[in-house]
Ligand binder design. Structure first.
Ligand SMILES: [Zn+2]
Ligand SMILES: [Zn+2]
Length: 343
């Protein structure tokens, strides 16, 4: 099969690889679509992956072969998977927090290729009739977004701010809308991403490049005061931006007293934060990392039922041969949202 093999910074070569023989419980998929993730961009440009790796973990495809012992999936089924697999026996797995398992594996990579072998113990999701195959390629990123929503547990009747509208921030917007949020305020610098947030149902969008974000959010939420701090009254703020200097603004100036900041981003540098407004406003800060099995089940249901339609996120599609051009398109944040590879 042909596969896009990482050969060093900013270089993926499409090479012919052998198809491995399937082991007990394994499936082979013909990959229909695989999205490029923000993490893939780091691996690609900064060389975080060993040379020889095949990236790609946001995918769906058609079962083309089943290994020994597979009973519940048939050739021709369209499927996607949960590629983060907990050990199943530790205290965190038993508490349903497989994303925090010290022995977890994944996400399963290798889907920038014509074919992919599903690990025997990966949870597999069969697509119902009427669900587009590439919709299922969004299960992985939507699960990351939905985990953040479940961790933050926002009051859906209060204004909610989502800062940073990449795939994860847009997924937070889409999940909040599907769950019935009344006022979602999306903030980004890219006109295309703001328009995409609108298409996903965001009631308000704020261009952080040309507008004062605190003023614009306050115009929706009203303002409040606690000691010497004056701030907007968002009940929950999601940081999906990864811009460290914004965290202080979120804590001090955007979230209401007693509100919640949920951080879904990773940061390239440690974030300096004045804790006094956090203490005096009793802001709850929660981190959110990947997704639990229960959240993936719920995310799949949102996609399968059509309550979340990720179609507005797809800005580009490329064949496998053009994978380097696809990465260039994904890196151009002003002109792309999600780039799909269709091998
Ligand atoms: Zn990803
Ligand atoms: Zn475990």
């Amino acid at each position: 099969m042909r596969a896009g093999v990482y050969r060093g910074p900013s270089r993926i070569d499409v090479e012919e690889l052998d198809d491995p023989v399937l082991g007990e419980g394994e499936l082979r998929l013909d990959i229909a679509a695989c999205g490029i993730c923000g993490s893939d961009l780091h691996y690609y440009t900064e060389g975080w992956m060993p040379v020889g790796t095949v990236l790609g973990h946001e995918f769906a495809g058609v079962v083309s072969e089943i290994g020994p012992g597979v009973a519940d999936v048939a050739v021709g089924d369209r499927v996607t998977i949960n590629g983060i697999i907990g050990c199943g026996v530790c205290a965190l797995c038993r508490a349903g927090r497989q994303n925090l398992c010290p022995d977890k594996r994944g996400p399963s990579r290798g889907a920038f290729a014509e074919r992919f072998v599903v690990p025997a113990d990966a949870p597999v999701y069969r697509l119902p009739d009427g669900m587009a195959t590439d919709t299922a390629a969004f299960l992985e990123p939507l699960s990351t977004s939905l985990e953040a929503v479940r961790r933050a547990a926002p009051d859906l009747d209060e204004p909610i701010v989502v800062l940073g509208l990449g795939t994860i921030g847009l997924g937070v917007v889409a999940a909040l809308e599907a769950l019935g949020a009344t006022t979602v305020i999306g903030v980004d610098l890219s006109g295309l991403r703001l328009a995409t947030a609108r298409a996903l149902g965001a009631e308000v969008v704020v261009d952080g490049g040309s507008e004062d974000v605190v003023e614009a959010v306050s115009a929706v939420t009203g303002r409040s005061r606690q000691l010497r701090y004056e701030f907007a009254r968002a009940g929950t703020v999601f940081d999906c931006s990864g811009v460290g200097r914004l965290v202080g603004v979120e804590v001090e100036q955007l979230v209401r007293a007693g509100g919640t900041l949920c951080v879904v981003s990773l940061f390239e540098e440690p974030v300096a934060l004045d804790f006094n407004p956090l203490v005096r406003k009793e802001v709850d800060v929660v981190g959110s990392w990947a997704y639990t099995y229960a959240v993936v089940d719920e995310a799949f249901e949102l996609l399968a039922s059509g309550r979340v339609d990720p179609a507005p996120l797809v800005s580009h599609r490329f064949g496998l041969e053009d994978i380097n051009a696809a990465f260039a398109a994904q890196m151009d944040k002003d002109h792309s949202v999600k780039v799909l590879i269709e091998p």
